[in-house]
Every structure is written in C-alpha cells, then in structure tokens.
Design a protein around this ligand. Structure first.
Ligand SMILES: Nc1ncnc2c1ncn2[C@@H]1O[C@H](COP(=O)(O)OP(=O)(O)OP(=O)(O)O)[C@@H](O)[C@H]1O
Length: 236
C-alpha cells in the first residue's frame, strides 16, 4: 500500500492550441504523479509546456485529451460554477510579477481570496494581518505595493496565496525577479509556511539557485516530461 496520498495525477495529457488554423502541440502525452506534502519543480526550456501544464493542473485550461485529477477530482467533469468554487477553495497562486492590486494595501491584497470565499471584509482583513505577521510583514499591513521592495511584495503575494489554506499552491517563476538573498528567503518561507502533509506545492522555474528546495524536479522538453530527478545533480 502506498502510504503517501496522491495530490495530482496526470495521465497522457495532450494540449493543442489552434491559432487561426495553425495547430501548436504544447503537451504531447504528459504523465506525472505528485504526492501530498511534496514540493515539485517543473523545469525546461522556454516553450516546452510548463505553464500549460500547471494551468491544466489548476483547472485554468482544459486539456485536449488525457486525464488530470486534483485531490481525486477530475476538473474537466465539473460544471463551470463548481469548478470556480473548487479552484477558489483549493488553489493559491504566486506569480513572478507578484500581481498585487496597486490601489490596495498589503492587508487588503491578502484578504482578497477570503472575500471571494465569502468571508466578511473586517474578518478577512484581521486574518490577513495575522498572515502578514507570519511572513514577517506585520509592520507593513497598511503599505501599498509600490512602497514595498520586490522581496516584500513577493511575501505579500505568498501571504495572499496561503490565506485561505489552499491544498495546492502553484508558483510560476516566483523568484526570478528577486536577488539571490530575497529568492532564498521567499523559498524558505514557502517551504516553512506553505508546505505540510496537507498541501502540495508546484513551482515552475528557470532559477537554478532554488533547485535545492525541491523534493523532485520534473524536466520537460517539447511537450514531454523527459526526466524526474530527486536533486539538481540528477538533472539531464
Ligand atoms: N494561448 C496560446 N495560443 C497558442 N499557442 C500557445 C498559447 N500558449 C502557449 N502556446 C504555445 O505552447 C507551447 C508551450 O507554451 P508554454 O507557455 O506552456 O511553455 P513554457 O515552458 O511555460 O514557456 P516559458 O518558459 O517561456 O514560459 C509554446 O510553443 C507556446 O508558444
């Protein structure tokens, strides 16, 4: 018996984009299992399909064929309303460009996922302030994004991704806009605050400086997974 429950199960995933008669095959038969409690990195050259794969895992894109299950749920079969709710409850996102709302202060930005999930504004901002404390920004709850450094903005984005306790945290190039030290801090934070046996982290990155934080690294090329390594030393 496998003691580690499966968080993500991808089987024979194919994704084609049809752009005005020209068909691009972005994923060409991807098979991948990711366990609960695991930090999985997806690496590979530009255009190999990393963003497409995390978008399918997170239910933002539908695959052309193949099966993808997230926590035992096949998102393709959900009605769009149920899928939106499932995503809002279960997934947190962290992006390279932080994607904070510039007119909202840090606490307001962090409270957004709670408000989307029906929590009242006052309660949401109280919990957001607590989460900002956890990521070391307790003093900056009222700051606007423009008043924060890149590393601080990324910590606000992490607080926002975690505030509603999602089981999947998806990060697209979370450290590539940061200097080495801020990148290491952000990864330490993600590993310490985000990752436990109830959650799974999937991180798309080109940043070799953070490969050592991964439990496994899936290498992609030309729409395929070509290798799954347990450390940077095993990369092809
Ligand atoms: N919306 C789209 N319409 C048409 N083609 C697309 C679309 N999105 C991606 N593609 C194509 O699909 C392939 C995979 O793209 P994808 O963005 O998933 O790769 P990636 O590995 O994330 O690249 P990068 O590291 O540059 O972000 C590429 O050939 C890309 O041009």
């Amino acid at each position: 018996m496998n003691a580690t429950p499966l968080a993500i199960r991808c089987r024979d995933i194919v994704k084609t984009y049809d752009t005005g008669g020209q068909v691009v095959t972005a994923l060409n038969g991807v098979n991948l299992d990711i366990n609960m409690g695991e930090l999985m990195m997806l690496v590979g050259p530009s255009g190999c399909g990393k963003t497409t794969l995390i978008s399918i895992i997170a239910g933002i894109l539908d695959q052309t064929s193949g099966d993808c299950e997230l926590f035992g749920e096949n998102l393709l079969t959900l009605r769009s309303k149920d899928k939106l709710r499932f995503r809002a409850e279960n997934i947190g996102f962290v992006f390279q460009a932080y994607n904070l709302l510039p007119a909202l202060n840090a606490a307001e930005n962090v409270s957004v996922p709670l408000i989307i999930n029906g929590v009242k504004r006052g309660e949401a901002e109280r919990r957001a302030a607590q989460m900002l404390e956890k990521v070391g920004l307790g003093e900056r709850t009222m700051s606007l994004p423009a008043q924060l450094s890149g590393g601080q903005q990324q910590r606000v984005a992490i607080a926002r991704a975690l505030i509603h306790s999602p089981r999947l945290i998806v990060c697209d190039e979370p450290t590539s806009a940061l200097d080495h030290e801020s990148g290491q801090n952000v990864m330490n934070l993600l590993k310490a605050v985000a990752l436990d046996q109830q959650r799974v982290l999937v991180i798309v990155t080109h940043d070799a400086r953070i490969f050592n934080f991964a439990d496994r690294i899936a290498e992609m090329d030309d729409g395929h997974i070509v290798n799954v390594a347990h450390s940077a030393a095993e990369l092809k």
